[in-house]
Design a protein around this ligand. Sequence first.
Ligand code: ADP
Length: 507
Amino acid sequence: MGVPERPPTVFRTMHATQKLSSRLSDNFGFDTFRPGQHQACSAAMQGRDTLVLMATGSGKSLCYQLPGLELEGVTVVVSPLISLAEDQAAHIRELGTHAAVLNSSKSKKQICQYREDIRSGKAEFVFTTPERLQQSDICDLLAEVGVDIFVIDEAHCASQWGHDFRPDYLCLHHARQRLGNPPILAMTATASPKTIVEIIRCLKLSDPEMIATGITRPNLRLDVVACVGEKEKTSALRDLFQAESDLDANEPAIVYCATTKTCERLRDELSDLPMPTLCYHGRMKQSLRSESQSAFMDGPPAVMFATNAFGLGIDKPDIRRVVHYDLPGSLEAYYQEAGRAGRDGSAAACTLFFDREDIGLQKMFASGAIDSSQLMTAHHTLVKGIERWGDDGDGVSLTDLKRISPLGRQTLKQCLQQLAARGYAAPAGRGRWACLLDTIDHAVTDGIAADARMRCEDRRIAIDQMVSYAESSECRWTILQKHFETSSASDQLCRCGNCGGVDADVA
Ligand code: ADP
């Protein structure tokens, strides 16, 4: 029997293009693809590793939703947060397709049901977290039914250089192997060339198709307000919220602060603003944090005073203002946080307060490199900890490790993260760590320590870049474009404070 002849490539490509276009209108009701979407869908359909860099609100989800609907197997989507996975699953269900969600918030009964949905082929999309994918039975089940695309959302979390680093992302390439080596579709809104290199390395993407459509969001106005001293800053903040502006005063806003103390102080001092003031930071009890987040997301418009802990899951569409009260640590962090404004496409303002005094605080955050002997000690602690508590194969908790380690908790954690990046350790979920290699050489720890020193230097450079942005009189969008190198300056009316291209929509 002869091998069936394959249609010529041009025909196949045309056919696939037509199919994608008709899917776009039939399933999503859209007439045309937005820039980058068709290329991303085609690459994913062809089984290529793909890295999508598209600005917030530009339509990244469609890049996996459409091929996921078209292909027969399961599309597995990893998100760093449970809330993000839930939102994405809700979109899939709106499209009339079944989505399973596997994460720690689900009851045993729900997980059993979802597993059955996967086994029977009912679930076309599976949303999960990196922690869950470390459980081999989940990967085995998914591999059995066949995974077509492995989507990694917020892929910049894989980069230790980036601001939202998640150690669990370092294990995703192991998960990919266990899933039967499906192609990866990695997506992010903010990644500098350096971050991109690290994403490719950490996720072990093979000759990825790169799709970068630019970071510019014309509805965002970028501004910097120079201040000297705390008093002046606080009063400038008050002025900002009380100023006559076409950005309705009673619209949701976030004020990012560098410390928990500043968040609480500002929340109290500005409690006489016409709208509610809220607070969110890592030192608050989990229940209070959730309460505060829900009040901001679902309650009446409020001002949220937060540290960068108020992060990834915040995709409220109508945030009209994001203020950075203190200098962020990098342009990546700044743009990721400022970019939470105006997701609905309407005018929004991003204002950075800049006091040269803030540079010192950021530089202090950027210090603290680890050395080779600390890494040796951390590895030794891990081996001993596993001998003592890790019999069940579930790893050992950081808290237990701390009990037998001379290192401080933070240093120990940092060392374990570095060991994980080199394949000597691995996060095992819920703050637990597994040991992958029992012995480690001095040459290896020396190498990791040298790397860590470089990272500290990198962080100092990142602060300098942030300061240059704050002090520059150049177009602010051009500075960001140059930094992220994803597109050249556009000829649209620029809405940054330095260009003065202010139109009727934005004050
Ligand atoms: P991102 O993940 O990049 O922030 P989303 O995927 O949430 O953005 O998409 C933002 C909005 O754009 C959604 O409302 C989505 O329905 C819409 N959208 C996506 N693709 C298209 C398209 N081709 N045409 C029109 N609207 C689109």
